[in-house]
Write a protein that binds this ligand. Structure first.
Ligand SMILES: *[C@@H]1O[C@H](CO)[C@@H](O)[C@H](O)[C@H]1NC(C)=O
Ligand SMILES: *[C@@H]1O[C@H](CO)[C@@H](O)[C@H](O)[C@H]1NC(C)=O
Length: 256
């Protein structure tokens, strides 16, 4: 008995609730019960805002769109009664963006949705790296992704890296992973390195680095060498000039 009385009351309350909202957003793709639209980079999201159908048909009420609180510029004819906004293409910066639509004359009559842009880590391809012996090695991979990667690793020539043996340091700040070594040696540090990151949504992503160690080059002191060369050249020019004077003098004597 109680239940039978309860249900109509609940429906009545729900009816009031949607009516109080006043405006509605329809989107492609659709959103979940938390108002979150799932999308990916390069995709298109279209949003349409309309006064709620349960609302008194007050025709051509002007609508306003906000993106993260900032006004979205709308063309004439895209404001009254129905207003659409298109996010194309979806970019990294759209992740977490909040789109709100409200009546121009009453901001409390509003509806909002949030974009959840998923993307894989930016790891792919291969890179040639040349390092001089006894200098420092630093390799890094960008592992930022949505949802975040669950696992990252480094290998050297296909094997897990013995961090202690090569004096390696590995860091992970959630955006990039790095491997570093100081005073590298050919026997320990040359080879093919690979970074990997595993995403539950996008799978394994890897990048390889072919690291070649070159012999340490002697660095010549360049500036003193240039200064020395200038002095030598000037001496030669001066010596030649004074001899030329003597030759000229001799010639004068002969012609006299
Ligand atoms: C704005 O809309 C809300 C909800 O419909 C209403 O309670 C409020 O009185 C309205 N404010 C104005 C200024 O019309
Ligand atoms: C965004 O999507 C990812 C992948 O489906 C999910 O793990 C995450 O919880 C979502 N975030 C929000 C705020 O909905």
């Amino acid at each position: 008995m109680k239940l039978m009385f309860g249900l109509p009351l609940l429906y009545l309350l729900l009816f009031c609730a949607t009516q109080a909202l006043g405006v509605q957003i329809h989107s492609t793709p659709g959103f979940n019960s938390d108002g979150v639209i799932q999308t990916e980079l390069e995709k298109v999201v279209s949003l349409v805002c309309q006064p709620d159908s349960s609302r008194e048909p007050q025709t051509d009420e002007e609508l306003v769109w906000l993106r993260n609180g900032a006004l979205v510029g709308l063309k004439e004819g895209n404001k009254e009664g129905r207003s659409s906004v298109c996010v194309t293409p979806v970019l990294y910066a759209d992740n977490g963006a909040n789109f709100t639509c409200h009546l121009s004359k009453n901001a409390t009559v509003s509806a909002s949705i949030i974009l959840n842009v998923t993307y894989p880590p930016q790891i792919s391809g291969s890179e040639e790296v040349t390092v001089e012996e006894e200098s420092d090695l630093l390799l890094q991979c960008d592992v930022e992704a949505n949802p975040p990667v669950t696992n990252t690793s480094w290998t050297l020539n296909g094997d897990e890296i013995d961090l202690a043996a090569g004096g390696f340091t590995v860091t992970n700040d959630g955006f990039k992973i790095q491997i570093m070594a100081n005073k590298v040696e050919k026997s320990l540090h040359e080879g093919t390195y690979e970074c990997s990151a595993y995403s539950n949504k996008y799978g394994q992503h890897t990048k390889t680095f072919s690291v070649t160690l070159t012999e340490k080059t002697m660095k010549f002191p360049l500036m003193p060498m240039i200064a020395g060369l200038v002095v030598v050249c000037l001496t030669i020019i001066l010596a030649f000039a004074s001899r030329w004077k003597m030759i000229a003098k001799c010639c004068k004597k002969i012609t006299k």
